[in-house]
Design a protein around this ligand. Structure first.
Ligand code: ADP
Ligand code: ADP
Ligand code: MG
Length: 445
């Protein structure tokens, strides 16, 4: 493995580029015409245009990516997150062309891409999951499972992601009214209309575990994260370790994550997501890719997770054991999005004017923004990830408060003030977290 094609954009493309440099690999960027000026294109030693506007589709074109590998002689591909990162099809096509896909093998992607199949597999290994239905073939089957499982339930898309395709159903009437539309929407959004029902947990915490496995059977975890501060099932604030969990419960969750990874024959970096309800926890899914919030775990471990992905893809053994991983201090991440709180958080576009950016001890800004950048409507609205690290949670929180105040941009609306409100809220300060946090405590969620 010598040359990595970066099949993504934005901050994650820059992270991959830097990790390639550290690992002594060359790298190639790809871009849509809408991203001609983008930082990942200008920073990369080589870049290939893979498509004209309308731009959103460009990074999803497997033929264009394969052609870019062919033209540039890239022998590996890193998909980043989102886009094709969990595509078993892409992993298979890469393999057929002798290109190393930097991620789990296709069989693992196929299994992890299906929430019901994942739950079935890990449950057999003894990992707790929420009661739910099998994949639902018809409305009548859904109705009969609804009776058995008892309302309220969640109707979820088996192939869903990004917080989409999740609906609360309070009764059989609601299920009847929603089912066919949900099926159609899932088909359009995820290319797979499979739905299932799952017990609804009213006010859980979202706790996940970063796992890392090499191709030689070694599996470690990098500790827990709490991602309970969400808007419409999408994470907004994440932190590591998950605060306030009894150590014994945290140990059990981490052990369950490793067990789940082993049950799936996992290779690479991945995230095992759980809901925690009191002393109980349940696996909800496994994200078979690098995740947006991975930096909070890196801050505790002191290693570059993207570089670890490259090492695993090269076939290197991890080279360290679980008891050699020390988790130091506490880290918090805020997702700064270009969206307008005054207009129901619709994406906000325009030319970016940077007045001031945060920095200093314990402050990390992962971003691809630059002065005068045009924020377009084509992609997800993430502008920057602001990460702070401290000896303890309170130090990280105070640093986040100052750092957010110093994130001052104009030209687009951002969710900065909402993030400040969260960070400063007494419930957040006290670690009273649950997935309904925003609705519960913030004036304008
Ligand atoms: P994470 O789980 O890594 O915290 P998200 O679930 O928000 O992050 O997803 C990571 C990125 O991928 C986001 O930019 C999101 O918009 C996008 N994404 C995730 N899943 C899908 C999907 N199934 N289809 C399209 N985009 C997705
Ligand atoms: P995605 O693939 O879109 O990330 P997940 O299954 O991971 O979907 O769920 C996203 C979020 O939706 C969770 O973090 C949680 O807030 C909520 N959620 C998912 N399943 C349940 C459930 N059974 N009960 C309550 N909330 C849930
Ligand atoms: Mg999830």
């Amino acid at each position: 493995m010598e040359k990595v094609l970066i099949a993504n954009r934005g901050e994650i493309a820059l992270r991959i580029l830097e990790a390639c440099r550290e690992e002594g690999l060359s790298a190639v960027a790809v871009f849509s015409q809408a991203d001609r000026e983008a930082l990942h294109v200008r920073e990369a030693p080589e870049a290939v245009c893979i498509g004209p506007p309308p731009a959103p589709k460009s990074y999803l074109s497997i033929p264009a990516l394969m052609a870019a590998c062919e033209v540039t002689g890239a022998d590996a591909l890193h998909p980043g997150y989102g886009f094709l990162s969990e595509s078993a099809e892409l992993a298979e096509i890469c393999a057929a062309h002798g290109i190393t896909f930097i991620g789990p093998p296709p069989e693992v992607l196929r299994l992890a891409g299906h929430k019901v199949a994942t739950k079935e597999r890990v449950a057999r290994a003894g990992v707790p999951v929420l009661p739910g239905s099998p994949p639902l073939e018809s409305l009548e089957e859904a109705v009969s499972w609804g009776k058995r499982l008892d309302y309220p339930l969640l109707l979820k898309a088996a192939a869903g992601g990004g917080g989409r395709g999740i609906r609360l159903v309070g009764s059989e009437e609601e299920l009847r009214a929603l089912f066919l539309r949900a099926q159609e929407e899932a088909r359009l959004a995820f290319g797979d209309g499979t739905l299932f029902l799952e017990r609804y947990v009213p006010s859980p915490r979202h706790v996940e575990v970063q796992i890392l496995a090499d191709a030689h059977g070694n599996v470690v975890h990098w500790g827990s994260r709490d991602c309970s501060v969400q808007r419409r099932h999408q994470k907004l604030v994440e932190e590591a370790p998950a605060p306030g969990l009894p150590p014994e419960l945290r140990d059990r969750i981490e052990a369950a994550a490793v067990l789940a990874a082993k049950a799936l024959n996992y290779v690479g970096a991945g995230t095992v997501e759980f809901l925690v309800e009191g002393e109980e926890f349940y696996l909800i899914e496994l994200n078979a890719r690098i995740q947006v919030e991975h930096p909070v775990s890196e801050m505790l471990v002191g290693r570059n997770l993207v570089r670890e992905q490259l090492r695993v893809a090269k076939g290197e053994p991890l080279g360290y054991r679980q008891d050699q991983i020390e988790l130091v201090g506490h880290a918090i991440e805020c997702r700064l999005n270009a969206e307008d709180p005054g207009r129901d958080f619709l994406p906000s576009c325009g030319r970016l004017l940077i007045e001031c950016l945060p920095g200093g001890i314990g402050v990390r800004l992962d971003t691809a923004i630059f002065q005068g950048m045009e924020v377009t409507p084509y992609y997800d609205p993430l502008l920057a990830k602001l990460i702070t690290h401290g000896e303890n949670r309170e130090e990280a929180r105070i640093r986040m408060n100052s750092a957010l105040r110093r994130f001052r941009v104009r030209g687009v609306a951002t969710n900065r003030d909402l993030l400040l409100e969260v960070i400063a809220h007494p419930d957040f300060a006290a670690g009273r977290l649950s997935t309904d946090f925003l609705e519960r405590v913030v004036s304008s969620p």
